[in-house]
Write a protein that binds this ligand. Structure first.
Ligand code: ADP
Length: 484
């Protein structure tokens, strides 16, 4: 089966967030099911600078309203798999993957999507499945649906749109539709204010919509999580489903991680302490074996619920410092400046307990996963979430809000000794604090704590499981007639 996989970031070429992890890992995992998956990415400036040996795979004009954009295609063989990079002035190689200008990003990725579809039409390779991801590549799905009746090579092509984050719908794309003589959306169940934004166009046109966890697939049918699209999504019935993301077991492997000092696995978990000591030392924190080292690795965004933390920590000060309840906090993240300021304030207020690094730092992230006792993920909503799965693989126990993929992966239940983490329900500082206190009771009991770590480390979050489900879905879609 031939799958064209469209995304705007993918490891190892470029990664800004979770989408980069997914787009880097799912295509190779699908290849294990003998799918020929070809990844199509914009040729970002940061990729150009890597000096990859790219092959010139031709060029063509992308014409709109008399303007001709020159599109160049470069191919690259990545571990035996084909990757295509699309280059054109509209990609704006001078900008980061996500600039602060929504309209500019809407234009560059709208045109990237249409250029990718045009390229696939010209390629001597039949596309069975067009797999788009998030708003950035949604226009390819929409344009496919609107034009496939007239393009014989696409007459049997089915589309899948994976939704990694529903509220990020992209800017209004009406002017792009006009430029390319595409009709506007006639999907009346999608609110008018966003009917012609990128993501809703893709939602309206995709043969299958895949949310990145089963719980998120159910949540987006409700007004709380549906971003206004819930009525439409409910109308799609079984064409909306959920498949949990996995994590890349090669890049996230504590027994073979180049970024950490002391490698370990399930059987040598005690070695992990040495990483903890080293991290505490390098950050200037007391090397205290009794302190619960709490880690937080996250985009600084309202979604992530990080603003619940300061209040919880200030209240924690009121609690007498029992032996099992010394704590230290290490934060790594960038994003919203207000949240960054609030979190930095914690370091000022608790200089002996808190360290905050406001940057993107792959190495430090690995070191925190391999050292911290607890990983905080207080998200207000979380389509899938990768950090809890990475944490568990590294023996770093997650404490998370019970939502989306966090609920699908974390078991906060003593029954049968299955607990691999801790969950709280209300998105409040009080609920977070209560749970931290609950965790501290377990942390003090070393054998039980180790068992919780073991449960997480033994779970299978590899891509094989998810890729099998995507493959199955692709097979079913291919059987389905276009339009059904
Ligand atoms: P999202 O995609 O919503 O940001 P996910 O949990 O799905 O959240 O994925 C986040 C990914 O980005 C994880 O691999 C995490 O380790 C990584 N990450 C987040 N912030 C940073 C940072 N500041 N430095 C390094 N890695 C980070």
């Amino acid at each position: 089966m031939n799958v064209a996989f469209l995304a705007v970031e993918a490891e190892p070429f470029i990664k800004v967030g979770g989408l980069g992890d997914v787009a880097g890992s799912l295509p190779p995992a699908l290849r294990n099911f003998s799918d020929d998956v070809r990844l199509i990415l914009p040729l970002h400036g940061a990729i150009r600078e890597q000096g990859l040996l790219l092959n010139d795979a031709g060029s063509f004009p992308l014409v709109h309203k008399g303007i001709s954009e020159n599109v160049r295609i470069f191919s690259y063989n990545h571990r035996g798999a084909m990757v295509y990079f699309i280059d054109s002035p509209f990609i704006r190689a001078d900008l980061p993957v996500y600039s602060r200008d929504d309209v500019e990003d809407g234009w560059r990725y709208g045109l990237f999507s249409l250029a990718a579809l045009t390229f696939l039409q010209k390629l001597d390779w039949h596309v069975d499945i067009l797999h788009a991801n998030d708003w950035h590549t949604s226009l390819a799905v929409y344009a496919l649906a609107k034009t496939r009746h007239a393009i014989p090579v696409f007459s049997q092509t089915k589309s899948v749109l994976s939704v990694h984050n529903l509220p990020y719908s992209g800017s209004d794309a009406s002017y792009i539709l006009e430029e390319f003589d595409l009709p506007k959306s006639d999907q009346l169940l999608i609110p008018e204010w966003s009917r012609n934004a990128h993501l809703p166009l893709g939602l309206a046109a995709a043969d299958q919509i895949v949310a990145v966890s089963p719980t998120y697939a159910r949540e987006i049918l409700t007004s709380e999580f549906g971003s206004g699209y819930e009525r439409f999504l409910r109308s799609r019935g079984s064409s909306v489903s959920g498949i949990l993301n996995g994590i890349n077991y090669e890049s996230w492997d504590p027994s073979n991680d180049p970024y950490i000092l002391n490698r370990y696995d399930l059987h040598t978990l005690d070695i992990r302490k040495q990483n903890r000591d080293a991290l505490q030392r390098s950050l200037g924190l007391a090397v205290d074996p009794d302190a619960m080292l709490i880690g937080l690795i996250s985009r600084m965004d309202y979604q992530k619920g990080i603003d619940l933390l300061p209040e919880a920590l200030y209240q924690m000060l009121m609690i007498p410092d029992q032996p099992a309840f010394h704590w230290q906090l290490v934060v790594l993240g960038t994003g919203d400046q207000k949240i960054e300021r609030e979190i930095s304030q914690l370091e000022q207020d608790f200089p002996s307990k808190v360290r905050v690094s406001l940057r993107f730092d792959q190495r430090l992230s690995h070191q925190i996963y391999a050292s911290a006792d607890l990983l905080l993920i207080p998200s207000r909503y979380e389509p899938c979430g990768l950090t809890q799965m990475i944490g568990m693989r590294y023996g770093c126990v997650p404490l998370a809000r019970a939502t989306g993929g966090l609920l699908d992966t974390i078991c906060d239940d003593d029954a049968g000794d299955q607990r691999n983490g801790f969950l709280f329900r209300e998105a409040t500082s009080e609920a977070l604090l209560e749970t931290i206190i609950r965790v501290s009771k377990y942390f003090g009991r070393k054998k039980i704590w180790k068992n919780i770590q073991h449960n997480g480390m033994q779970a299978n979050f590899s891509w094989d499981v998810s890729a099998g489900q995507y493959h199955q879905l692709f097979m079913e879609l291919i059987e389905r007639k276009v339009g059904n």
